[in-house]
Design a protein around this ligand. Structure first.
Ligand code: MLT
Length: 414
């Protein structure tokens, strides 16, 4: 008899985005003529930029020659990509990392889901709430929690509410009592971003309490203020207490290409059951060597092209396009009377649902009245109830059309 992993049975409902997809499909079946605008899942819509496409073509040609053909790639990624990452994402901002501290991977979703494997099951986990569901669900699957309560809070996970009062950026808790902390800045879903001082307080807290920060910076490219930190390693001491995840998905249209990277500094350690300090780098290297076979050469060549002068210019134009959509959505929904947050350093608008409507009720009303799809805030955690996320990833035309439909349907009510 194959006994299943019972922890999976503790998971609440389906994963958020498939559940939204299911509801939208049902709506479309009932209303086949409705022109649905999808501002739900944060999936890019613009095609790959020319610099990336040329690199892909060249890489395919390499694979067709005896000299250029590549089989398994080197552990942790090809030097041509790792060197570009070190130069442009870190050295340019005053951060020195070693090449073998970069682990090229097939996605930050995977890395942020898998990283918990290298920590003890008894580790006490803290998340800010609302939060990217992957952090919580993977800890539930691993068996680090009990069941969820009526509000959706899993027993054994510490939730730190991100609220209007704290600008959706909670400070560290009083005292310790936590081993692993997931932070995401710019934040998915609230779109808030941490200042240097706020991030500095978390790093100081983690060092004082011997906790490890799992820092998800998948949206760093959307930060428009150069003073704001893009990497946690811009804060001195973070290399001893933080792992960072970065992605090419939103930054360069790679959601379907799959390429990202995670930094595990050699100075970051945890403690073994017998009390010795152990390098997290050693554990993650071992984990990846066993379970992962590297991102395809072709895709790594495409990722490296993001850092070429043309690639940087062209991908910056894509980001500017999405951020202009964010401005249109933010200002348009605000003009319709909604209380709107974020959208300045992230491709997401976070808004309060109209009086009397829960997140899912607003999801249904929006779909019904305007045929616009968003994401219910409560799908990201109990503190997201009463809020709603709108993604800026779409065409200009659809962003403008969504605003006009929402203004028409909700302008007077909200
Ligand atoms: C989102 O919409 O939150 C993201 O697209 C999900 C993801 O990146 O996995």
């Amino acid at each position: 008899m194959a006994q299943i992993n019972d922890h999976y049975l503790k998971l609440e409902a389906g994963y958020l985005f498939p559940e939204i997809g299911r509801r939208v499909r049902a709506f479309q079946e009932a209303h086949p003529d409705a022109a649905v605008i999808r501002l739900g899942i944060g999936d890019v819509t613009l095609p790959l930029v020319p610099a990336i496409v040329s690199a892909l073509h060249e890489a395919v040609d390499d694979m067709a020659t005896a000299d250029g053909f590549k089989g398994y790639g080197p552990d942790r990624g090809y030097p041509f990509l790792v060197d570009a990452i070190l130069e442009h994402d870190f050295r340019a901002r005053g951060v020195e990392l070693a090449a073998d501290e970069v682990f090229v991977s097939d996605g930050s979703k995977q890395d942020s889901g898998n990283i918990q494997e290298i920590f003890a099951l008894a580790s006490r986990v803290l998340v800010t709430d609302p939060v990217y569901p992957v952090y919580v669900d993977t800890n539930v699957m691993a068996g680090r929690t009990g069941r969820a309560d009526g509000a959706g809070r899993y027993e054994g996970i510490h939730y730190l509410a991100a609220t209007e009062a704290n600008g959706f950026v909670p400070d560290p808790p009083e005292g310790g009592g936590v081993d692993l902390v997931y932070l995401c800045s710019p934040n998915n879903p609230t779109g808030s971003v941490m200042t240097r001082e706020q991030l500095g307080r978390w790093v100081a807290w983690a060092r004082e309490h011997d906790a490890v920060i799992l820092f998800d910076a998948a949206y760093d490219a959307f930060i428009s203020d150069p003073e704001l930190p893009r990497s946690i390693y811009e804060i001195s001491g973070a290399e001893e207490c933080a792992i960072e995840m970065r992605s090419f998905s939103k930054r360069a249209g790679f959601t379907g290409m799959r390429c990202a990277y995670t930094i595990v500094p050699k100075a970051a350690t945890g403690t073994s059951a017998s009390g010795e300090r152990v390098s997290l780098h050693q554990l993650w290297s071992r984990r990846q060597a066993t379970k992962f076979n590297e991102v395809p050469y072709i895709v790594q060549r495409a990722a490296a092209a993001i850092y070429s002068p043309e690639g940087r210019k062209q991908t910056a134009e894509q980001i500017a396009h999405y951020m202009e959509n964010a401005r249109i959505l933010r200002e348009g929904l605000s003009a319709a009377g909604f209380t709107v947050f974020a959208g300045l350093h992230a491709p997401y608008i976070w808004l309060r649902t109209p009086e009397g409507l829960s997140s899912w009720q607003f999801f249904d009303a929006l779909l019904e009245k305007t045929h616009v799809v968003g994401t219910p805030g409560s799908g990201f955690g109990p503190s997201g109830e009463g809020y709603f996320r709108i993604s800026a990833f779409n065409s200009r035309e659809n962003a403008e059309e969504a605003v006009s439909r929402i203004q028409g349907a909700f302008g007077a009510e909200s």
